[in-house]
Design a protein around this ligand. Structure first.
Ligand code: NAD
Ligand code: IPM
Ligand code: MN
Length: 372
């Protein structure tokens, strides 16, 4: 997933920050704190511009994703750090669909990369499993499927009502995510790719996934590729997660399997994700939502957002800085300097401060071959 900085001519990066709603507004400032600390420690500059898009603005002004926002982000920023969207005052979730799904679709962020990595044995609910057993990557198709909003109602509100939601799959869309999964496996020296669908029941849409998978896999003879139906994958990943290196699947199944994977590695509070189009402005966010049940209490886990920031740094080519963030998170977990969801007693802000301090004091040496 390592890409050169997408803006040419310098070591600075421009990052748009969208904290969003609920705990998005609590965890994102902590991730920013850690990003600022690492950039100060290595002397590389990162500029942040914050946007207040979310439920408050939507309820106040009726604006979700402002006009021109997509072009502005695409032209003026290298990456987007995103918190979460969702507010009980907006039961339709309209603003989240406009902003988050809007950015995924309109920036064509076709790769949703959701790594699952157990950082400490005590965090998994699976008896006897250790760090070496739970380390895999889920690639979720991020621009198509059941998410595109093709459908409608007929006789809405009557006893005869019909609701239709179409599953839209293009040959191009399926091929590029499957190919990305194989390329990723090859670049990381990973030996196993599993494609998951429901082609036994979804005989049109997922027949396409089957046919494309069979063609693409032929180009990667060094990689062991297999197919599992999504229901079987859900079972297998719990029975023996060590069987998987890379999983590639459609939009909806990827959403579900990545939450399942997150729990195998300690829960949603620790899970990061990247919404990526290689070489273009991409968006990084924790996998979790706005968690209204704990919002405002100061106990949200910021580690998912910090790990998402590390994915962003890697995407920008800031490898040394990415490693520093990953190491700091691992240290927090190992020293149990964590929030209550992971069994700790610390507040969101305390964890952010602790990570920022660690990152500031860490000795970092840039590998001589790494470009600035
Ligand atoms: P959620 O991820 O917000 O919360 C699920 C559970 O996990 C809750 O018990 C919550 O307290 C806990 N949790 C989540 N993140 C945590 C963290 N960082 N630290 C500690 N505990 C954490 O999912 P939900 O409750 O189903 O959804 C709430 C809202 O968020 C909804 O409006 C939903 O649509 C939205 N949502 C948004 C995103 C996003 O913006 N990417 C993702 C998922 C859900
Ligand atoms: C996620 C979320 C979103 C999704 C929701 C908020 C639309 O659950 O990012 O995983 O389903 O993609
Ligand atoms: Mn989700």
């Amino acid at each position: 997933m390592q890409k050169p900085p997408i803006r040419q001519g310098g070591s600075a990066a421009r990052v748009a920050v969208i904290p969003g709603d609920g705990i998005g507004k609590e965890v994102t400032p902590e991730a920013l704190k850690v990003l600022k600390a690492v950039s100060a420690a290595t002397g590389r500059s990162m500029e942040f511009v914050e946007f207040d898009w979310g439920a408050d603005k939507f309820l106040r002004e009726g604006v979700s994703l402002p006009d021109g926002a997509v072009e502005m982000l695409r032209d003026q920023f290298d990456a987007i750090l995103f918190g979460a969207l969702g507010d009980p005052r907006v039961p339709s979730n309209q603003h989240a669909a406009d902003i988050l799904l809007g950015l995924r679709f309109k920036l064509d962020l076709y790769v949703n990369a959701r790594p699952v990595e157990l950082l400490h044995q005590r965090l998994t609910p699976l008896l006897g499993r250790t760090e070496k057993d739970i380390r895999l990557m889920v690639f979720r198709e991020n621009t198509e499927g059941l998410y595109v909003g093709v459908g409608g109602f007929f006789k809405k509100g009557t006893a005869d009502e019909i609701a239709v939601q179409e599953d839209v799959n293009s040959r191009k869309g399926v091929e590029r995510i499957i190919r990305f999964a194989f390329e990723y496996a090859q670049s990381k020296g990973l030996k196993r790719v599993c494609m998951s669908d429901k082609s036994n029941a979804m005989t049109f849409a997922h027949d396409l996934w089957q046919r494309v998978f069979k063609l693409v896999r032929q180009e990667y003879s060094g990689i062991e590729s297999r197919h599992l139906y999504i229901d079987t994958l859900a079972m297998e990943i719990v029975r023996d997660p060590s069987l998987f290196d890379v999983i590639v699947t459609c939009n909806l199944f990827g959403d579900i399997i990545s939450d399942l994977g997150a729990q195998l590695a300690g829960g949603l509070g620790l899970a990061p994700s990247g919404n990526i189009h290689p070489g273009q402005t991409s968006l990084f966010e924790p996998v979790h939502g706005s968690a209204p049940n704990i919002a405002g209490k100061g106990i949200a886990n910021p580690l998912g957002s910090v790990l998402a920031s590390a994915m962003m740094l890697e995407f920008l080519g800031w490898n040394m800085e990415a490693v520093a963030l990953n190491r700091a998170v691992k240290a927090a977990v190992h020293e149990n300097f964590v929030t209550p969801d992971l069994g700790g007693t610390h507040k969101t802000v305390e964890v952010g401060d602790w990570l920022a301090k660690l990152v500031s004091n860490a000795s970092m040496t840039r590998p001589p071959t790494q470009s600035k």
